[in-house]
Design a protein around this ligand. Structure first.
Ligand code: 13P
Length: 252
């Protein structure tokens, strides 16, 4: 069975003090949760404070991005061993904002995914189509290309922790959410491509999250679908009670 995963992507929000204040408010609200894996993705500067604050709780913490190399002359970059040394267990790879503003490509996503797997970090690989691609009926081909490229050369025997997030770019931060039907159809396309690129056993165990304007009001209708294994939440994860409500509703 696939354990539901509900993740908070805080993007470039929250100082360490604000991140700790969130965590202190959020922990008691989800203390009884036993069913979902909850992961926070703070900015790199808040990672140590958040990891300290969630100590011995059920919450996990990950980086919003990483380089694929262990070390080197790459100003501004963070390596997988640095994330591991802090206590990170997860990492986001290929978020559309990294692709759009920071030159992330299918090829760098592939390198980062292989590196994350080699370092035993749970990778959440983000894929999704732009509005023009959806309107020109290219959604399926874009998703297949992104997933196939991310998984190129990945050993199916070592792909087990793989998580993919379907984040239609037109739904990110816009208040527009994919309907459950649109999301479920996209998730099926993604799962079929994982089967084609790796194998059907890995595809059946790969968790596929939906992201794009997830809120307390729509978490339940999305997460109850059989191919949707959780959510990657941006704006609505910045407030502890809103994110706790999403966790609660997603599991309802
Ligand atoms: P919003 O929930 O703000 O639309 O952001 C989604 C996202 O990009 C999560 O990674």
């Amino acid at each position: 069975m696939r354990k539901p995963l509900i993740a908070a992507n805080w993007k470039m929000y929250k100082t360490p003090a604000e991140a700790v204040a969130f965590t202190e408010a959020f922990l008691p609200l989800t203390a009884s949760n036993r069913h979902a894996e909850i992961v926070l993705f703070p900015s790199a500067t808040s990672l140590p404070a958040v990891i300290d604050a969630i100590h011995s709780s059920h919450i996990r913490v990950g980086g919003q991005d990483m380089h694929w190399l262990d070390e080197g002359a790459y100003t501004g970059a963070t390596s997988p061993i640095m994330l591991k040394a802090l206590g990170c267990t997860h990492v986001l790879i290929g978020h559309s904002e990294r692709r759009q503003y920071f030159g992330e490509t299918d090829e760098t996503v592939n390198r980062k995914l292989k590196s994350a797997l080699a370092h035993h970090l749970v990778p959440i690989v983000c894929v999704g189509e732009h509005l023009a691609e959806r309107e020109s009926s290219h959604t399926a081909s874009v998703l297949k290309r992104q997933v196939a490229a991310a998984l190129l050369g990945v050993d199916p025997n070592h792909a087990a922790p793989l998580v993919i997030a379907y984040e239609p770019v037109w739904a990110i931060g816009t208040g527009l959410t994919a309907t459950p039907e649109i999301a479920e159809e996209a998730h099926k396309i993604i799962r079929a491509q994982v089967a084609a690129s790796l194998n059907s056993i890995v595809a059946a165990s790969t968790r596929i999250l939906y992201g794009g304007s997830v809120k307390p009001e729509n978490a339940s209708s999305l997460c109850r679908l059989s191919d949707i294994d959780g959510a990657l939440v941006g704006g609505a994860s910045l407030d502890p009670s809103s994110f706790a409500q999403i966790v609660h509703n997603a599991m309802a």
